[in-house]
Write a protein that binds this ligand. Structure first.
Ligand code: SF4
Ligand code: SF4
Length: 373
């Protein structure tokens, strides 16, 4: 069988060929004109970045893509679905404000922003998929109802899935709040009472009233209310909140693969991945740590699995940046060229499971051919 093609451009430029020109050339080479855009509603799925985090994709790239889609006759809009945790993208109003604040507004990008699952995250379409873990998937209605889906992904590390790539952007990112809950709900944390210093941060930040004080005024999770969003893990100053990541990561990655199947089902799709600012953690945090590796380039493919696999290989083939999270514990091992950086930085995650599952259910292929343009 022919390997999936992944097209790649590096980041070298000249005054006659800047990065926006290179993106356009990359998309031309990938074959974007083979998509029938004529009068089609085209969802461009992107993560607008939690305000404070500066690693997200620059709006300029979105503007270039919008321009190309319009030129080809499509009706593009930028979209993302609301988050499960209590940040600044957890409802339609805050989410839109955050998008505008980070530069994703009609003036800068040339198109509108539509929050895919509406004001409170309950505007979704249930897509029948009959997969191993999910029989249906709740996909934000603006994405489910679009004719064409283009993903623009910031490729980076991720604390729960190993890396955050195209499958994460599609599977988790297109899901409504309830869909996100379904994917996360196996990953519930617990609190080590002996470590808890009773600061109350987790109670304050849990959007689901799932944390209470026990009789010794130590925080305790009410499992029935917990949706496994992970917010309490991040805010705890002493690391008292823990989750069994390994099992949770496997299930989560498989569910993300199944939700990706739902998001792209029956649609013309194209996927673009920006391997820049490869921060160790998700863009959902309101900060971004030093990137793990130097900026690498932009890749595009019609196959989301091949694209993620190619991005992993490109990152793993690069030297680490000294001073990044990777040097906290691995500085004695040198540049780590060729090593799995995502397993180093998030040792209890297993990203391979997700890609293999996605391949098994027909989302794409891990076998790819990298075509440098
Ligand atoms: S207890 Fe933690 S993981 Fe559970 S819903 Fe609350 S913040 Fe999220
Ligand atoms: S944030 Fe951590 S230390 Fe503070 S109350 Fe919650 S578990 Fe305890």
């Amino acid at each position: 069988m022919e390997k999936s093609k992944v097209f790649f451009t590096d980041l070298r430029t000249t005054p006659k060929l800047n990065l926006l020109d290179k993106l356009e050339k990359l998309l031309e080479r990938t074959g974007i004109e083979n998509i029938d855009f004529k009068d089609k509603l085209t969802a461009i799925k992107i993560h607008f970045g939690e305000p404070g985090n500066l690693a997200y994709i620059r709006p300029n790239y979105a503007a270039k893509l919008v321009h190309i889609v319009k030129k080809l006759g499509g009706k593009p809009f930028l979209t993302d679905a609301n988050t499960l945790y209590s940040g600044r993208r957890s409802n339609g109003v805050d989410h839109l404000e955050s998008a505008y604040e980070n530069g994703f507004n009609p003036l800068a990008t040339g198109c509108h922003v539509i929050i895919a699952d509406g004001l409170k995250g309950v505007d979704y379409r249930e897509i029948k998929i009959d997969q191993e873990l999910c029989k249906t998937a709740k996909i934000g209605s603006a994405i489910a109802e679009s004719d064409i889906l283009i993903s623009m992904t910031h490729f980076k590390g991720h604390e729960m899935t190993g890396f955050g790539g195209t499958l994460k952007n599609l599977g988790m990112g297109c899901a409504s709040v309830g869909g996100k809950l379904e994917q996360h709900s196996t990953s519930k944390p617990n609190i080590k009472a002996e470590k808890c210093i009773s600061c109350g941060q987790c109670l304050k930040n849990c959007a689901h009233d799932a944390i209470v004080w026990d009789e010794n005024k130590k925080a305790k999770i009410v499992t029935g209310n917990c949706v496994g969003c992970g917010q309490c893990i991040v805010v705890c100053p002493v690391g008292a909140v823990r989750v069994l990541w390994e099992a949770a990561s496997e299930l989560l990655n498989k569910k993300i693969a199944e939700y990706t199947y739902a998001a792209i089902k029956g649609k013309q799709c194209l996927h673009i991945s920006f391997i820049m600012n490869v921060s160790p953690d998700c863009d959902c945090w309101n900060s971004n740590d030093v990137p793990l590796v130097p900026d690498i380039g932009i890749a595009a493919s019609f196959d989301p699995v091949a694209l993620d696999m190619a991005c992993v290989d490109l990152v793993n083939g690069a030297p680490i940046i000294y001073g990044s999270k990777l040097t906290d514990s691995h500085h004695e091992h040198g540049d780590l060229i060729g090593e799995d950086k995502f397993s180093h930085v998030h040792p209890n995650t297993n990203w391979r499971i997700g890609l293999k599952h996605a391949e098994k259910i027909g989302v794409g292929s891990m076998e790819y051919q990298l075509i440098k343009i």
